[in-house]
Design a protein around this ligand. Structure first.
Ligand SMILES: NC(=O)C1=CN([C@@H]2O[C@H](COP(=O)(O)OP(=O)(O)OC[C@H]3O[C@@H](n4cnc5c(N)ncnc54)[C@H](OP(=O)(O)O)[C@@H]3O)[C@@H](O)[C@H]2O)[C@H](O)CC1
Ligand SMILES: [K+]
Length: 227
């Protein structure tokens, strides 16, 4: 049985863990990154050239941390920032300054054809509108060349609550989602584009009086124990 959550419920649990429990956000980001790197290293993907696409919010921060962990393991990884880095959240800027110290150079424009695996860390549960036109074009082109994609928390472009596509959405072979399975991964196009869904515990705590709005689900998912 799987507890499904809406985007808003996930954000409430996220914030409670950080603001009330006192779990530093960068610890959650690191554990999320480690959870994805576990899946990347599980032997099902060609790691000859991993391309990480990182956005300007915390999903992007997860992506930059993933790129750093892969680089530290000697994996050939390139990092492409998607969006205006000046508008990036502080969590992303912290990760970018750390990864520069590791010697990872951000690539301006990557050739998807060279990648053997794409890590989608552009948008997660914070998606709140249709994607910008330019990004929609990039995603449609990426879907066209059918490279394996691992989505971080949500496939970019899928609404975490409704499962609808917000203009375009990156088709994932596997989605590694944190804390709880977002209901948008089981509904409409979200259920199809997310591929195999793996739920990873990254140390979040749920308030004792929290009332989930959704019933437990029988939906097929790989529940993996806490990392
Ligand atoms: N739950 C956990 O254990 C953890 C969650 N983390 C990761 O954090 C993301 C959620 O991060 P958040 O910053 O809230 O949102 P996103 O990264 O998904 O989106 C980034 C920001 O982009 C803006 N936005 C939203 N939609 C659009 C759009 N269509 N076009 C352009 N920009 C858009 C929005 O900013 P606003 O200022 O507009 O609100 C978003 O904030 C979660 O998915 C996890 O991956 C933790 O980092 C790790 C643990
Ligand atoms: K994503």
């Amino acid at each position: 049985m799987t507890q499904l959550v809406t985007a808003n419920e996930m954000q409430q649990i996220d914030q409670y863990t950080i603001d009330v429990i006192g779990m530093p956000q960068d610890v959650l980001i690191e554990r999320a990154a480690m959870a994805v790197v576990d899946v990347i290293g599980a032997g099902h993907f060609d790691l000859n050239h991993v391309l990480v696409l990182a956005g300007l919010g915390n999903n992007g921060a997860d992506g930059v941390a993933i790129a750093r962990l892969l680089y530290a393991q000697g994996i050939n990884v390139s990092l492409q920032f998607v969006g205006n880095v000046n508008r990036a959240k502080d969590s992303v800027k912290r990760q970018l300054s750390i990864i520069e110290a590791y010697g990872v150079v951000r690539s301006e424009k990557s050739d998807f054809n060279e990648a053997t695996l794409i890590i989608d860390a552009i948008f997660g549960v914070g998606l709140n509108n249709d994607l910008p036109e330019g990004l929609q074009k990039m995603i449609k082109a990426a879907n066209h060349i059918e490279k394996p994609v691992i989505a971080v928390d949500m496939p970019t472009g899928i609404d975490a609550t409704t499962g609808e596509v917000r203009g375009a959405a990156l088709k994932a072979h596997t989605t590694v989602t944190f804390g709880f399975k977002k209901v948008g991964l089981t509904k409409r196009v979200g259920g199809y584009l997310s591929g195999d869904t793996i739920v990873k515990d990254v140390g979040m705590l749920v308030p004792e009086d929290f009332e989930f709005s959704l019933p437990l689900s029988q939906s097929a998912t790989h529940e993996s124990e806490a990392i």
